[in-house]
Design a protein around this ligand. Structure first.
Ligand code: FAD
Length: 291
């Protein structure tokens, strides 16, 4: 099922994100974790694409397994900036052959090596170019893209970020998933601004349950997310106790999700990070809310 069709359902939905293993030896345990999550009947599951494409085979193996064994729609991520056109075309072919109907078209992060290389030799500079190629491939794929309620870290300002986001949508993105955020007001402000700018496709907010203190620094580095005082004091108080931090982080994410639903959002995407126990706890907390 295509994500656009999933989003047309008239009920509140929850989806999960997983990431592929880096090695063959880790494959079985990651596959088990993703299957446990699939059994929670999410509206869809997204499978990320390792930077540089080293784990691309696993992305598709996991996406296909979840779809075929559990009937859960899957969204395969694909990045382009560190790849040649030839590689990207081969990946698109593999996605089609695997029967995956949804692709998240991403640029990918700029590694220091890429930053230092000659940009004129890059085959891709922005995700919109990948979106256009996916469209031109003629494949019947539903294409998603990323967006940033707190601005993409490389953007000089939000106006410019939204201008390029609009270009990406016009190139063929049918829905957008947001970077994580810890203050819902940032999302509501962002939605207002993009709608005003004429970006009308569905936006799926991404919520990351922070379940250990080390994750906080990583999350901030990755996304540049603003940490509300309420969230910081929770980490200060419970960060040194793993069980307490896990419970508090899940409660914070649940609270965020309920507020999003209460304010008209239909599908929230949980950055569940291959942790079925976290996905299950959130699902349990929303048992009478999520359809
Ligand atoms: P783009 O849309 O290309 O935007 C990147 C920057 O370029 C922005 O600042 C934008 O404003 C600017 N820009 C866009 N077009 C132009 C233009 N024409 N001229 C000048 N500037 C322009 N990374 C992975 O490696 N694997 C994953 O699976 C993965 N999944 C992700 C899922 C989500 C929901 C999100 C939010 C991020 C994900 N990422 C993933 C990280 C992502 O690759 C990085 O955030 C990356 O830095 C930007 O990717 P993008 O697709 O948003 O890029």
């Amino acid at each position: 099922m295509k994500i656009t069709e999933v989003l047309r359902q008239d009920r509140l939905l929850l989806s999960f994100e997983v990431f592929p293993p880096k090695t063959d030896t880790a494959f079985a345990s990651v596959k088990n974790a993703t299957e446990e999550m699939a059994r929670l009947r999410p509206s869809f599951m997204s499978v990320t694409y390792g930077a540089g494409g080293g784990t691309s085979r696993y992305t598709l193996d996991i996406a296909r397994n979840i779809k075929e064994r559990y009937g859960v729609p899957t969204l395969a991520h694909l990045t382009c900036v560190s790849s040649s056109k030839e590689t990207v075309h081969a990946r698109i072919r593999e996605i089609i052959d695997a029967g995956i109907e949804n692709v998240m078209a991403l640029r990918g992060d700029l590694t220091p090596e890429l930053e230092a290389s000659d940009r004129s030799k890059w085959d891709y500079r922005h995700a919109a170019e990948l979106v256009r190629e996916l469209k031109e491939s003629g494949a019947d794929l539903c294409i998603g893209g990323a967006c940033y309620p707190e601005i993409h870290p490389e953007s000089p300002n939000q106006k410019e970020d939204i201008r390029y986001l609009k270009e990406k949508v016009e190139a063929g993105c049918e829905f957008l998933t947001t970077q994580m955020f810890f203050d819902n007001n940032l999302l509501y402000n962002f939605l207002y601004k993009i709608r005003e700018a004429g970006v009308t496709v569905p936006v799926i907010p991404g919520v990351m349950p922070i379940t250990n203190a080390n994750q906080v620094a990583r999350a901030v580095k990755l996304s540049g997310s603003f940490m509300p005082v309420r969230f910081k004091s929770l980490v200060d108080k419970f960060g040194s106790s793993p069980a307490a931090m896990m419970q508090a982080g899940i409660a914070y994410a649940t609270d965020q999700i309920i507020d999003l639903y209460a304010n008209g959002i239909k599908n929230v995407h949980v950055y569940s990070m291959n942790k079925p126990e976290v996905a299950a706890a959130i699902r349990r907390n929303l048992s009478d809310i999520v359809g």
